[in-house]
Design a protein around this ligand. Sequence first.
Ligand code: SF4
Length: 300
Amino acid sequence: MIKVGIPRGLLFYDYGSLWSDFFTKLGVPTITSSETTKKTLTDGTNLAIDESCLPLKIFLGHVHALLNECTHIFVPRIAQHHKDYYYCAKFAGLPDIVRNSFNIDERRLISPNIESKNLYHTFKACREAANCLDASPIKSYLSYLHALHEYKNTQNLSCKNKDTFVAVVGHSYLLHEPFFIQEIKNVLSAQGMKIATPDQVPPKTLYELSAELHPEVYWQLSAKIVGAAQYFCALPNIKGILVISSFGCGPDSLINEYIDNLILKPSGKPYTFVNLDEHTGNAGIVTRVEAFLDLIEWRQ
Ligand code: SF4
């Protein structure tokens, strides 16, 4: 019996609920890999080439965990959502990376090409997914539209109230990866700090800010980070900005310098960068975040 595995990594944290709902509405059971553990990370690291970024290693670890649990794995090839931006090349090459890392029969991969949000490409991607499952393309498309409608009703929270926040900025798959982020949350909340993340701001606002003030940034995920840094720097109740980044990320190696010099430093707000890799231990993270909180207190 068909069962589709959805790896809990990379864009899962942005679109996982949409993908899973899409398959459910199509009548196809899914299984999502469990939360990341040390084993997931070790498995992914062993499978990946050395130059891979940390989120890709985690993703491969999740695929590894799913292989014996399901008939198919959902690994979309994503080049572009927003017409003015591009995803980093890892997203466009993800199905090939998975196929080569596991030597997997390509019929087990559901890898629709997601090239833009327009109707033609959306229908094409739904048809590609349907073909892998011997499902009706029309039913696939209607299931997607239905799932998308529900997904869009997800409310954004607001960080524009009187509470004191620390903004934590970075790729969604780092900010929502409990394996790394839970300890940071614990340290911040132990000091009475609430966390504001880019998810609490409408994406349209982030992209508009980035496009208006930093039009040269063309990676979609980086534009979101740039927009978020710009947005949070302007909010008085944001007491500091913590940028979470991962070792081996090509776009971050440029964008971190960019936001450091053009956004964070000129804002006068306390900020720091935390770079994660597979060797990062909780003790190291805690020390960095505590030092950052000391900096905020000292500035105040
Ligand atoms: S943007 Fe960076 S972290 Fe994300 S997949 Fe690309 S290289 Fe990896």
